[in-house]
Design a protein around this ligand. Structure first.
Ligand code: EPU
Length: 336
Protein backbone atom coordinates (compact mmCIF):
# COMPACT_ATOMS: atom_id res chain seq x y z
CA UNK A 1 0.00 0.00 0.00
CA UNK A 2 1.42 3.39 -1.03
CA UNK A 3 1.23 5.98 1.72
CA UNK A 4 0.83 9.66 0.92
CA UNK A 5 2.39 12.35 3.08
CA UNK A 6 -0.24 14.73 4.47
CA UNK A 7 -0.41 18.54 4.72
CA UNK A 8 2.92 19.06 3.05
CA UNK A 9 4.42 22.49 2.38
CA UNK A 10 5.19 22.99 -1.33
CA UNK A 11 7.71 25.74 -0.64
CA UNK A 12 10.74 23.50 -1.38
CA UNK A 13 9.07 22.32 -4.59
CA UNK A 14 8.54 25.63 -6.42
CA UNK A 15 11.33 27.91 -7.60
CA UNK A 16 9.30 31.00 -6.65
CA UNK A 17 9.69 29.80 -3.04
CA UNK A 18 6.00 30.46 -2.35
CA UNK A 19 4.39 28.93 0.72
CA UNK A 20 1.34 26.76 -0.09
CA UNK A 21 0.18 23.43 1.24
CA UNK A 22 -1.06 20.29 -0.46
CA UNK A 23 -3.40 17.92 1.37
CA UNK A 24 -1.59 14.84 0.05
CA UNK A 25 1.86 14.47 -1.47
CA UNK A 26 3.75 11.63 -3.11
CA UNK A 27 7.12 11.39 -4.84
CA UNK A 28 6.73 9.03 -7.80
CA UNK A 29 9.78 6.95 -8.74
CA UNK A 30 8.45 4.85 -11.60
CA UNK A 31 5.60 4.34 -14.04
CA UNK A 32 4.18 1.25 -12.32
CA UNK A 33 3.78 3.20 -9.10
CA UNK A 34 2.24 6.10 -11.00
CA UNK A 35 -0.35 3.87 -12.69
CA UNK A 36 -1.25 2.24 -9.38
CA UNK A 37 -1.82 5.65 -7.76
CA UNK A 38 -3.99 6.84 -10.64
CA UNK A 39 -6.00 3.60 -10.60
CA UNK A 40 -6.76 3.70 -6.90
CA UNK A 41 -7.32 7.45 -6.41
CA UNK A 42 -9.70 8.42 -9.17
CA UNK A 43 -11.77 10.73 -6.97
CA UNK A 44 -9.01 12.88 -5.56
CA UNK A 45 -8.10 16.12 -7.42
CA UNK A 46 -4.67 15.65 -8.93
CA UNK A 47 -1.74 17.92 -9.60
CA UNK A 48 1.51 16.98 -11.31
CA UNK A 49 4.73 18.69 -10.34
CA UNK A 50 8.17 18.47 -11.94
CA UNK A 51 10.85 21.00 -11.03
CA UNK A 52 8.22 23.56 -9.96
CA UNK A 53 9.95 26.14 -12.13
CA UNK A 54 6.92 27.29 -14.06
CA UNK A 55 4.16 27.43 -11.45
CA UNK A 56 2.77 30.08 -9.17
CA UNK A 57 0.78 28.73 -6.21
CA UNK A 58 -1.87 31.21 -5.15
CA UNK A 59 -3.68 28.97 -2.63
CA UNK A 60 -3.47 25.68 -0.76
CA UNK A 61 -4.44 22.55 -2.72
CA UNK A 62 -7.09 20.20 -1.37
CA UNK A 63 -5.89 17.20 -3.36
CA UNK A 64 -2.93 15.00 -4.25
CA UNK A 65 0.32 16.46 -5.60
CA UNK A 66 2.53 13.98 -7.43
CA UNK A 67 6.19 14.88 -7.73
CA UNK A 68 7.54 13.17 -10.84
CA UNK A 69 10.96 11.76 -9.91
CA UNK A 70 11.63 8.79 -12.22
CA UNK A 71 15.25 8.71 -13.36
CA UNK A 72 17.34 7.22 -16.15
CA UNK A 73 18.75 7.80 -19.65
CA UNK A 74 19.16 5.26 -22.42
CA UNK A 75 20.72 5.50 -25.86
CA UNK A 76 18.19 3.74 -28.11
CA UNK A 77 19.91 4.08 -31.46
CA UNK A 78 23.09 5.49 -32.91
CA UNK A 79 24.20 6.22 -36.45
CA UNK A 80 27.36 7.95 -37.67
CA UNK A 81 25.48 11.28 -37.56
CA UNK A 82 22.87 11.10 -34.84
CA UNK A 83 22.00 9.55 -31.54
CA UNK A 84 18.54 8.85 -30.15
CA UNK A 85 18.23 9.11 -26.38
CA UNK A 86 15.25 8.39 -24.12
CA UNK A 87 15.29 10.32 -20.84
CA UNK A 88 12.97 9.70 -17.91
CA UNK A 89 10.73 12.63 -16.96
CA UNK A 90 12.19 13.18 -13.48
CA UNK A 91 15.74 13.87 -14.69
CA UNK A 92 17.03 17.41 -14.21
CA UNK A 93 17.08 19.26 -17.55
CA UNK A 94 20.37 21.14 -17.11
CA UNK A 95 22.16 17.96 -15.97
CA UNK A 96 20.93 16.29 -19.14
CA UNK A 97 22.31 19.20 -21.23
CA UNK A 98 25.68 18.75 -19.48
CA UNK A 99 25.57 14.98 -20.11
CA UNK A 100 25.03 15.67 -23.82
CA UNK A 101 28.02 18.04 -23.88
CA UNK A 102 30.21 15.46 -22.12
CA UNK A 103 29.26 12.96 -24.82
CA UNK A 104 29.69 15.57 -27.56
CA UNK A 105 26.01 15.37 -28.61
CA UNK A 106 24.80 18.64 -30.13
CA UNK A 107 21.39 20.28 -30.33
CA UNK A 108 20.46 21.54 -26.87
CA UNK A 109 23.54 23.58 -25.89
CA UNK A 110 21.53 26.83 -26.28
CA UNK A 111 19.09 25.50 -23.70
CA UNK A 112 21.66 25.21 -20.89
CA UNK A 113 20.69 26.31 -17.38
CA UNK A 114 16.93 26.26 -17.93
CA UNK A 115 15.51 25.13 -14.60
CA UNK A 116 13.10 22.21 -14.35
CA UNK A 117 12.82 18.54 -15.19
CA UNK A 118 12.89 16.78 -18.55
CA UNK A 119 9.21 15.73 -18.46
CA UNK A 120 8.05 19.34 -18.38
CA UNK A 121 10.14 20.50 -21.33
CA UNK A 122 7.71 19.54 -24.14
CA UNK A 123 4.70 20.97 -22.29
CA UNK A 124 5.67 24.54 -23.00
CA UNK A 125 8.19 23.74 -25.72
CA UNK A 126 11.01 25.41 -23.78
CA UNK A 127 13.17 27.77 -25.76
CA UNK A 128 16.08 30.15 -25.40
CA UNK A 129 18.77 31.81 -27.50
CA UNK A 130 17.24 30.88 -30.83
CA UNK A 131 16.52 27.20 -30.15
CA UNK A 132 13.29 25.49 -29.14
CA UNK A 133 12.84 22.00 -27.75
CA UNK A 134 10.85 20.84 -30.76
CA UNK A 135 14.02 20.98 -32.89
CA UNK A 136 15.39 17.88 -31.08
CA UNK A 137 12.19 16.24 -29.81
CA UNK A 138 11.19 12.89 -31.42
CA UNK A 139 8.44 11.52 -29.19
CA UNK A 140 7.42 11.25 -25.58
CA UNK A 141 5.70 8.58 -23.52
CA UNK A 142 2.76 9.78 -21.49
CA UNK A 143 0.06 8.18 -19.38
CA UNK A 144 -3.42 9.05 -20.51
CA UNK A 145 -5.15 9.77 -17.20
CA UNK A 146 -8.58 8.71 -18.53
CA UNK A 147 -7.50 5.28 -19.86
CA UNK A 148 -4.40 4.72 -17.68
CA UNK A 149 -2.60 3.51 -20.81
CA UNK A 150 0.87 4.71 -21.67
CA UNK A 151 0.89 6.26 -25.15
CA UNK A 152 3.77 7.23 -27.41
CA UNK A 153 3.10 10.71 -28.76
CA UNK A 154 5.14 11.71 -31.80
CA UNK A 155 6.35 15.20 -32.64
CA UNK A 156 3.82 15.69 -35.45
CA UNK A 157 0.98 15.21 -32.95
CA UNK A 158 2.35 17.50 -30.24
CA UNK A 159 1.13 20.78 -31.84
CA UNK A 160 4.30 22.59 -30.82
CA UNK A 161 4.36 26.34 -31.08
CA UNK A 162 6.02 29.25 -29.30
CA UNK A 163 5.94 28.21 -25.59
CA UNK A 164 3.04 25.83 -26.08
CA UNK A 165 2.02 22.32 -27.14
CA UNK A 166 -0.97 20.01 -27.04
CA UNK A 167 -0.08 19.29 -23.38
CA UNK A 168 -0.48 22.95 -22.43
CA UNK A 169 -3.45 23.71 -24.66
CA UNK A 170 -5.94 21.27 -26.22
CA UNK A 171 -5.16 18.27 -23.98
CA UNK A 172 -4.17 20.19 -20.85
CA UNK A 173 -4.30 18.00 -17.73
CA UNK A 174 -5.07 14.84 -19.73
CA UNK A 175 -1.58 13.30 -19.81
CA UNK A 176 1.36 12.72 -17.51
CA UNK A 177 4.63 12.65 -19.44
CA UNK A 178 6.86 9.81 -18.23
CA UNK A 179 9.82 10.04 -20.64
CA UNK A 180 11.04 12.13 -23.58
CA UNK A 181 13.02 10.96 -26.61
CA UNK A 182 15.50 13.29 -28.30
CA UNK A 183 17.44 13.12 -31.55
CA UNK A 184 20.85 14.75 -31.12
CA UNK A 185 23.78 15.36 -33.45
CA UNK A 186 27.15 13.70 -33.37
CA UNK A 187 29.98 15.83 -34.82
CA UNK A 188 30.03 17.72 -37.13
CA UNK A 189 27.48 19.82 -35.25
CA UNK A 190 25.27 22.59 -36.62
CA UNK A 191 25.48 25.25 -33.91
CA UNK A 192 22.92 28.04 -33.87
CA UNK A 193 24.27 31.46 -32.90
CA UNK A 194 21.70 33.55 -34.74
CA UNK A 195 20.27 35.07 -31.55
CA UNK A 196 21.58 38.64 -31.17
CA UNK A 197 23.13 38.11 -27.74
CA UNK A 198 25.13 35.11 -29.03
CA UNK A 199 26.09 36.80 -32.29
CA UNK A 200 27.53 39.70 -30.31
CA UNK A 201 29.27 37.34 -27.89
CA UNK A 202 31.10 35.39 -30.60
CA UNK A 203 31.74 38.29 -33.04
CA UNK A 204 31.97 36.23 -36.21
CA UNK A 205 33.78 33.23 -34.63
CA UNK A 206 32.54 29.65 -35.04
CA UNK A 207 32.18 28.29 -31.53
CA UNK A 208 31.98 24.63 -30.48
CA UNK A 209 28.89 23.39 -28.67
CA UNK A 210 30.48 23.54 -25.21
CA UNK A 211 31.56 27.15 -25.87
CA UNK A 212 27.98 28.01 -26.79
CA UNK A 213 26.69 26.42 -23.59
CA UNK A 214 29.27 28.38 -21.54
CA UNK A 215 28.23 31.63 -23.27
CA UNK A 216 24.53 30.91 -22.66
CA UNK A 217 25.26 30.17 -18.99
CA UNK A 218 27.23 33.42 -18.66
CA UNK A 219 24.52 35.51 -20.36
CA UNK A 220 21.70 33.88 -18.37
CA UNK A 221 23.58 34.37 -15.08
CA UNK A 222 24.10 38.05 -15.84
CA UNK A 223 20.41 38.70 -16.54
CA UNK A 224 18.31 36.10 -14.79
CA UNK A 225 18.19 35.68 -11.03
CA UNK A 226 19.29 32.33 -9.60
CA UNK A 227 16.10 30.82 -8.11
CA UNK A 228 18.12 29.36 -5.24
CA UNK A 229 18.98 32.90 -4.17
CA UNK A 230 15.96 34.91 -5.36
CA UNK A 231 12.70 33.03 -5.99
CA UNK A 232 11.43 33.32 -9.58
CA UNK A 233 10.08 31.35 -12.54
CA UNK A 234 12.07 32.91 -15.38
CA UNK A 235 9.92 34.83 -17.84
CA UNK A 236 6.53 35.36 -16.24
CA UNK A 237 4.85 36.42 -19.51
CA UNK A 238 5.14 35.28 -23.10
CA UNK A 239 6.39 37.67 -25.75
CA UNK A 240 3.19 38.81 -27.48
CA UNK A 241 2.35 38.31 -31.14
CA UNK A 242 0.73 41.32 -32.76
CA UNK A 243 -0.69 41.90 -36.22
CA UNK A 244 1.44 43.72 -38.78
CA UNK A 245 -0.85 46.74 -38.72
CA UNK A 246 -0.76 46.91 -34.91
CA UNK A 247 3.05 46.64 -35.02
CA UNK A 248 3.21 49.55 -37.49
CA UNK A 249 1.08 51.70 -35.21
CA UNK A 250 3.21 50.82 -32.18
CA UNK A 251 6.42 51.63 -34.05
CA UNK A 252 5.09 55.09 -34.94
CA UNK A 253 4.84 55.95 -31.23
CA UNK A 254 7.60 53.71 -29.83
CA UNK A 255 10.35 53.54 -32.42
CA UNK A 256 12.71 51.58 -30.15
CA UNK A 257 10.31 48.67 -29.55
CA UNK A 258 12.32 45.47 -30.29
CA UNK A 259 10.84 42.65 -32.36
CA UNK A 260 12.02 39.10 -33.13
CA UNK A 261 12.74 37.39 -36.45
CA UNK A 262 9.52 37.02 -38.46
CA UNK A 263 7.60 33.82 -37.79
CA UNK A 264 4.59 34.44 -40.00
CA UNK A 265 3.38 36.91 -42.60
CA UNK A 266 0.55 38.12 -40.43
CA UNK A 267 2.08 38.32 -36.99
CA UNK A 268 5.14 39.84 -35.37
CA UNK A 269 6.58 38.80 -32.02
CA UNK A 270 7.61 41.76 -29.90
CA UNK A 271 9.50 42.09 -26.62
CA UNK A 272 7.29 41.92 -23.52
CA UNK A 273 10.33 42.85 -21.40
CA UNK A 274 10.65 46.13 -23.30
CA UNK A 275 6.95 46.98 -22.82
CA UNK A 276 7.15 46.34 -19.06
CA UNK A 277 10.48 48.15 -18.80
CA UNK A 278 9.12 51.14 -20.72
CA UNK A 279 6.26 51.45 -18.24
CA UNK A 280 8.77 51.80 -15.39
CA UNK A 281 8.11 48.51 -13.58
CA UNK A 282 11.68 47.20 -13.73
CA UNK A 283 13.28 46.97 -10.29
CA UNK A 284 10.08 47.93 -8.43
CA UNK A 285 8.67 46.21 -5.33
CA UNK A 286 5.00 45.47 -4.62
CA UNK A 287 4.50 43.86 -1.21
CA UNK A 288 6.84 40.88 -1.07
CA UNK A 289 6.92 40.59 -4.87
CA UNK A 290 8.86 42.58 -7.43
CA UNK A 291 10.11 42.96 -10.98
CA UNK A 292 13.71 41.88 -11.45
CA UNK A 293 16.22 44.72 -11.79
CA UNK A 294 18.00 43.18 -14.82
CA UNK A 295 15.09 41.62 -16.75
CA UNK A 296 11.63 43.16 -16.68
CA UNK A 297 9.96 39.91 -17.77
CA UNK A 298 10.98 38.15 -14.57
CA UNK A 299 8.85 38.56 -11.44
CA UNK A 300 10.69 37.79 -8.22
CA UNK A 301 9.96 36.85 -4.64
CA UNK A 302 11.77 39.64 -2.79
CA UNK A 303 10.49 39.07 0.69
CA UNK A 304 8.34 36.06 1.62
CA UNK A 305 5.87 36.97 -1.11
CA UNK A 306 2.45 35.37 -1.10
CA UNK A 307 1.30 33.84 -4.38
CA UNK A 308 -1.56 36.36 -4.46
CA UNK A 309 0.92 39.26 -4.22
CA UNK A 310 2.80 37.99 -7.26
CA UNK A 311 -0.51 37.56 -9.08
CA UNK A 312 -1.62 41.11 -8.14
CA UNK A 313 1.62 42.48 -9.54
CA UNK A 314 1.22 40.43 -12.72
CA UNK A 315 -2.31 41.80 -13.15
CA UNK A 316 -1.15 45.36 -12.57
CA UNK A 317 1.45 44.89 -15.32
CA UNK A 318 -1.13 43.32 -17.65
CA UNK A 319 -3.56 46.27 -17.18
CA UNK A 320 -0.84 48.86 -17.74
CA UNK A 321 0.37 47.11 -20.90
CA UNK A 322 -3.20 46.83 -22.16
CA UNK A 323 -3.86 50.52 -21.48
CA UNK A 324 -0.73 51.91 -23.11
CA UNK A 325 -0.07 49.45 -25.94
CA UNK A 326 -3.46 47.72 -26.37
CA UNK A 327 -1.73 44.36 -25.94
CA UNK A 328 -2.92 41.46 -23.78
CA UNK A 329 0.08 39.85 -22.12
CA UNK A 330 -0.36 36.12 -21.62
CA UNK A 331 1.35 34.43 -18.70
CA UNK A 332 3.97 31.81 -19.44
CA UNK A 333 3.81 30.58 -15.85
CA UNK A 334 0.91 28.32 -14.79
CA UNK A 335 -1.15 30.01 -12.11
CA UNK A 336 -2.64 27.51 -9.69
N1 EPU B 1 14.63 44.13 -22.88
C1 EPU B 1 14.24 45.31 -22.29
N2 EPU B 1 14.21 45.37 -20.92
C2 EPU B 1 14.56 44.31 -20.15
C3 EPU B 1 14.99 43.12 -20.75
C4 EPU B 1 15.01 43.04 -22.13
O1 EPU B 1 13.92 46.28 -22.94
O2 EPU B 1 14.48 44.44 -18.91
C5 EPU B 1 14.62 44.04 -24.36
C6 EPU B 1 15.98 44.24 -24.92
O3 EPU B 1 15.88 45.04 -26.06
C7 EPU B 1 16.43 42.87 -25.35
C8 EPU B 1 15.09 42.20 -25.69
O4 EPU B 1 14.18 42.78 -24.77
O5 EPU B 1 17.27 42.91 -26.45
C9 EPU B 1 15.11 40.70 -25.53
O6 EPU B 1 15.56 40.36 -24.22
P1 EPU B 1 16.14 38.90 -23.92
O7 EPU B 1 17.20 38.53 -24.89
O8 EPU B 1 16.49 38.85 -22.46
O9 EPU B 1 14.93 37.94 -24.24
P2 EPU B 1 13.39 37.91 -23.85
O10 EPU B 1 12.60 37.92 -25.11
O11 EPU B 1 13.05 38.94 -22.85
C10 EPU B 1 13.23 35.33 -24.12
C11 EPU B 1 12.69 34.15 -23.36
C12 EPU B 1 13.64 33.74 -22.24
C13 EPU B 1 14.99 33.39 -22.88
C14 EPU B 1 15.49 34.60 -23.68
C15 EPU B 1 16.74 34.28 -24.45
C16 EPU B 1 10.26 34.31 -23.51
C17 EPU B 1 8.99 34.64 -22.80
N3 EPU B 1 11.38 34.49 -22.79
O12 EPU B 1 13.28 36.44 -23.22
O13 EPU B 1 13.13 32.57 -21.65
O14 EPU B 1 15.94 33.03 -21.90
O15 EPU B 1 14.49 35.01 -24.64
O16 EPU B 1 16.41 33.46 -25.51
O17 EPU B 1 10.23 33.89 -24.66
C18 EPU B 1 11.83 31.71 -19.86
O18 EPU B 1 11.06 31.27 -20.72
O19 EPU B 1 11.61 31.54 -18.63
C19 EPU B 1 12.97 32.49 -20.28
C20 EPU B 1 13.80 33.06 -19.40
Amino acid sequence: MLRFKENVSLKPYNTFGIEAKTKYFYKVSNTIELKKILETNKNIPLRILGGGSNVLFTEDFDGLTLLIANKGKAVLEETSKTVIVEVQAGENWHEFVMWCLNNNYGGIENLALIPGRVGATPIQNIGAYGVELNSVFKWCKAINIATLKEEVIFKKDCEFNYRTSIFKARQKGKYIITSVCFQLQKPPHYPNIEYDALKEYFEGKSPKIDEIASAVIEIRESKLPNPKILGNCGSFFKNPLVSKSHYKLLKESFSELPSYPIISDEQIKISAAWLIDHLGFKGTQHGGAGVHKNQALVLVNLNAAKGKEVLDLAQKIQSAVKKTFNITLETEVNIL
